[in-house]
Design a protein around this ligand. Structure first.
Ligand code: SAH
Length: 240
């Protein structure tokens, strides 16, 4: 039977490998979930796949698990980044969680002209990505980068990576990724205020930009992120 609890650890995993738990993990497994010695847990570290591990020692603030066997190989999502302008806290958390579930390889908050928040808690957002991977059976955790300015990011862009620019000015036009070629991609979602004219003009001049509509309605940024990830995964990703 598959262990019910999946835990992300920053520790190498392999046959017979002991894994020391930190305080929070020990509290969760032994304090909250009430596991005792001999119980089984699924572990992954984003690199070595998923392992079935057994509790060897269970304490209040510490504990040791020992890896038995690999139960799933590492599955790395397609080379897709999600660039999005952070919005209100709960909606930003939602975007990170959904992007991790939907199989983005990298999650990048970007500051655009109309972005309200000037700071994000990168560590908190990364923790959301870890939790999402634990819940959805993932063996990979996307990196959440710190907030970067969109103009600077575009100045250093490697043009081999195409940019799916979700442009609200295209609302109502046909939604299509049919002519898009596979390879490295990034999705770009704007803030509540949308993109400025200057940003839109610049984005349209870039050779690697592929501007798309997300249908006949203006979506909120968090909905737009999920919709764009769905379209991309269906057309070019690992859903087929
Ligand atoms: N305030 C803006 C809308 C912003 S919606 C306006 O009224 O025009 C937030 C982001 O979601 C947009 O910047 C865009 O990236 C994306 N988005 C929402 N609906 C979209 C649509 N129908 N087509 C393309 N992108 C869309």
């Amino acid at each position: 039977m598959k262990p019910k609890i999946r835990l992300y650890v920053q520790h190498p995993l392999g046959e017979g490998q002991p894994v020391e738990l930190d305080r929070d993990q020990a509290h969760y497994l032994f304090g909250v979930m009430r596991l005792t010695a001999g119980a089984e847990v699924a572990l992954f570290n984003g690199v070595d796949g998923e392992w079935r591990a057994t509790v060897e020692t269970a304490g209040k603030k510490a504990g040791i698990l020992v890896c038995a066997e690999q139960t799933a190989p590492l599955r790395v999502p397609p080379d897709l980044w999600l660039l999005f302008a952070p919005i209100k806290k709960a909606r930003t958390d939602f975007i990170v969680e959904k992007a991790a579930e939907m199989g983005a390889r990298r999650i990048m908050p970007v500051q655009t002209e109309f972005t309200n928040s000037e700071r994000i808690r990168q560590d908190r957002l990364q923790a959301h990505a870890v939790e999402a991977a634990e819940q959805c059976g993932g063996t990979f955790v996307p990196e959440v980068t710190d907030l970067q300015r969109l103009d600077r990011l575009l100045a250093d862009w490697a043009p081999a990576r195409r940019l799916m620019f979700c442009d609200e000015a295209r609302v109502g036009q046909a939604v299509t990724l049919a002519e898009a070629a596979p390879g490295p991609w990034a999705i770009l979602i704007g803030p509540e205020g949308g993109f400025s004219d200057a940003e839109r003009d610049r984005l349209h001049t870039l050779d690697y930009t592929f501007s798309v509509s997300l249908g006949p309605r203006i979506l909120r940024a968090d909905t737009a992120a999920v919709a764009a990830l769905t379209l991309w995964q269906n057309a070019l990703g690992d859903w087929t």
